[in-house]
Design a protein around this ligand. Structure first.
Ligand code: BES
Ligand code: MN
Ligand code: ZN
Length: 496
């Protein structure tokens, strides 16, 4: 993992290479904070190399400045069309190029702006993605990936960006990047390594003492005491016992109370309603919502946010066995409501229902849950946005707007009263699954039955965005950490 610096802090030695991102529409050098001499020398060099700025273009030459040995222009295409994804891809290309050339200390000049974004938002995104561009998960490889060998990323300031401004941005970006990396690392751990118990012990290690959160873990006994029939039912087919992990950031005199809930199914085979073998391995990612919540809580403590932030992570493994939950079973949830289990593969909502009930004791003003909840949401939105539902349009619209800005898109889906009737049961208060139709919104309607009355609530179905099956939009294969930046930005703007 590369450290982020301002390039003027560059040590005595020159950098291996200076990377300059370039569009087809503007001269990148005019937008960078360079001395007249530097600018002139680079302009001459640019003329000689004549890069066009086309997307995918990589052109290198000797660097005319003392600060670096080489200079490389990385094209991003037409700036008027520049998206979060294109910029992320370009930054990934920088890392790939640097790795290939054994460059360990590199300069980076990102003088382009994403379409539709203000300068400052675009800048923050670019720096954050630069800090994440070398992410790779090789924990289980005996021969480590060569991809993350860059030691230092030295950021060239934009014209008019003072060292103080840049430093403040870099500080925030370092924290955000660490939080995203934490979420990705957790998400990428396979089911045999990251069991509910392991998730709980990781939460203690990462979020406990030093990080400053209060960590409480409810094990099977406590879950029985709390009558968490949903969490217990999901886990009963597995040898791994369930957990409810509670992470609390508790400042003095908090201005608000926020509860974040994350689905933590460490492996989802579907239970007795077994999933097909093809692609079942991806279901190790069914705890990505939990990963996001854990990472956000860790960062919330570092940011010393002035409100109470609580993370609730119900965690279980969903497997078939002789003791497993069966279709037709009727269970009683923590809030006393009964559920006819129509499909044991609709397990996430059983866990989340109990966690939402548990949220009430924190008197939340707002609850946001993150869950890889339905394949139907992926059918609807693909990999481009999370589906958002809830009981407060203002909150949902705020998340949509913010998601657009930070590059974690969210699309508002309806929660019409009628959807709950899709879950009518002959025998119990509700079924846990409806027919094929409206799969994402009926899941939302189910969750709504467990939301504490006074709370604003948003449910983010991240099934399509929590991981990438192959590299896409400049995101690495595996867990994306989706939701971390969105949630942290949302929490930070609450402060204002
Ligand atoms: N974890 C899955 C949802 C999922 C599917 C996430 C594909 C990512 C990709 C969830 O537990 C599930 O199995 N949902 C069922 C619900 C259905 C049985 C009502 C689904 O979507 O098929
Ligand atoms: Mn399932
Ligand atoms: Zn699941």
């Amino acid at each position: 993992m590369a450290d982020l610096y301002q390039y003027r802090e560059t040590p005595d030695e020159p950098l291996d290479c200076l990377y300059i991102l370039q569009s087809t529409s503007a001269d990148p050098l005019d937008r960078l904070e360079l001395s007249a001499k530097e600018r002139k020398a680079l302009k001459q060099k640019m003329k000689a190399l004549s890069p066009r700025g086309d997307e995918g273009e990589v052109i290198s030459g000797e660097c005319p400045l003392e600060m670096a040995h080489r200079v490389t222009f990385i094209g991003v295409g037409d700036e008027k069309k520049l998206t979060h994804a294109t910029l992320r891809e370009a930054l990934r290309r920088v890392v790939r190029q640097a790795t290939k050339n054994h460059e360990y200390q590199i300069g980076i000049a990102i003088a382009v702006r994403i379409k539709g974004l203000a300068e400052s938002e675009s800048r923050t995104f670019a720096l954050l993605e630069a800090a994440l561009a070398d992410y790779t998960f090789d924990h289980f490889r005996s021969k480590k990936n060569e991809f993350d060998k860059i030691d230092g990323l030295h950021v060239v300031p934009m014209a008019g960006e003072t060292p103080e401004e840049l430093e403040a941005r870099l500080q925030r970006v370092r924290l955000y990047a660490n939080s995203v990396r934490l979420a990705r690392d957790l998400g990428n751990r396979p089911g045999n390594d990251l069991t509910p118990e392991a998730l709980a012990s990781t939460a203690r290690e990462v979020c406990g003492d030093e990080a400053g959160l209060r960590v409480t873990v409810l094990g099977p006994k406590e879950l029985v005491k709390e009558k968490m029939g949903g969490i217990l039912a999901v886990s009963q087919g597995s040898e791994e016992s369930p957990r409810l992990i509670v992470l609390e950031h508790r400042p003095k005199k908090p201005k608000k109370s926020i509860v974040l809930v994350g689905k933590g199914v460490t492996f989802d085979a579907g239970g007795i309603s077994l999933k097909p073998a093809k692609d079942m391995g991806w279901m190790k990612y069914d705890m990505c919502g939990a990963a996001t919540v854990l990472a956000v809580l860790w960062a919330a403590a570092q940011l010393e946010l002035p409100f109470k932030v609580v993370g609730l992570i119900p965690s279980a493994e969903n497997l078939p066995s002789g003791t497993a939950l069966k279709p037709g079973d009727i269970i009683t949830m923590a809030n006393g409501k009964t559920v006819e289990v129509d499909n044991t593969d609709a397990e996430g909502r059983l866990l989340l229902g109990d966690a939402l009930t548990y949220a009430e004791r924190f008197h939340p003003d707002v609850i946001i849950d993150f869950a890889t909840l339905t394949g139907a949401c992926v059918v609807a939105l693909g990999h481009e946005a999370a589906g958002a539902m809830g009981n407060d349009d203002e909150l949902l619209e705020a998340l949509v707007r913010l998601g657009e800005e930070v590059g974690e898109r969210v699309w508002h889906l309806p929660l019409y009263d009628e959807y709950f009737s899709y879950l009518k049961s002959e025998w119990a208060d509700m079924k846990n699954a409806g027919s094929r139709w409206g799969g994402a919104v009926t899941a939302g309607a189910f969750l709504q039955q467990f939301v504490p009355e006074k709370a604003s609530w948003a449910h983010l179905d991240v099934a399509g965005v929590a991981w990438a099956e192959r590299e896409r939009s400049g995101l690495p294969v595996g867990a994306t950490g989706f939701g971390v930046v969105l949630a942290l930005s949302w929490l930070e703007q609450l402060k204002r």
